[in-house]
Design a protein around this ligand. Structure first.
Ligand SMILES: O=C(O)CCC(=O)C(=O)O
Ligand SMILES: [Fe+2]
Length: 208
């Protein structure tokens, strides 16, 4: 079954919906507790490695953060994944492994979309089994002292990191087409360190 809907998001208490027909974007403050954020930061610090990019376009310094796979099997990680899926009403089986990111001063993730470009070099490798990405759920684990906002460049919306704050958006338009208005930029950290988790959901059951 294909999953493009996150049927529970709009009805969650305290959820803010960005008012734009261009993009389905939701924000929920304090989605994760300080303790949950701290547990995730500790795991990211223990296991981080330089980030890689699918469809390596040869741009220097496109994504300069460090990445960490937060593997399922750790009951703490499984509970975070279950919390994300339940909040959105997304099928847990469609979720990719949870990813952590750490940005030091000067690091960023330049403007990109989270879906894979059909026709791109790696499209079959990344989407052949599980389909393309449907939803992105991202949580800020802390607030760096300066910088590190997420800017949706096409719609002119900038979101500031706050501990535990969730951002969730559909990478699709209502008819299921990929939505270029989801273009977003993880901006440079100016002071401090930024930690986030990201979970991407697929059209189909995630099988790698
Ligand atoms: O760090 C950010 O604000 C954005 C991260 C992001 O876009 C991603 O992990 O796909
Ligand atoms: Fe992204």
């Amino acid at each position: 079954m294909s999953t493009l809907e996150a049927p529970l998001l709009a009805g969650q208490p305290g959820i803010q919906r960005f008012p734009s027909p261009a993009l389905d974007l939701f924000i929920k403050k304090h989605f994760l507790t300080t303790e949950e954020c701290q547990g995730l930061i500790e795991r990211i610090d223990a296991r981080r490695r330089p980030s890689t990019l699918a469809d390596d376009l040869g741009y220097e310094a496109f994504r300069t953060s460090e990445t960490c796979d937060l593997e399922s099997g750790d009951p703490f990680i499984d509970a975070i994944n279950a919390k994300l899926s339940a909040f959105a009403g997304l099928d847990e089986a469609h979720g990719e492994p949870l990813q952590g990111q750490r940005y030091a001063v000067g690091q960023e993730f330049k403007a990109h979309t989270d879906y894979f470009e059909p026709g791109g070099l790696d499209y079959e490798t990344y989407c052949g089994r599980s389909g393309n990405r449907s939803w992105t759920m991202m949580v800020y684990l802390n607030a760096p002292q300066a910088g590190g906002a997420t800017r949706f460049t096409r719609i002119g919306k900038t979101i500031q990191p706050e501990t535990g704050k969730l951002l969730a958006w559909s990478n699709r338009l209502p008819d299921g087409a990929l939505n270029p208005a989801t273009l977003h930029h993880g901006m440079k950290v100016r002071t401090g360190t930024k930690y986030i988790i990201t979970r991407w959901y697929r059209e189909l059951v995630w099988t790698g």
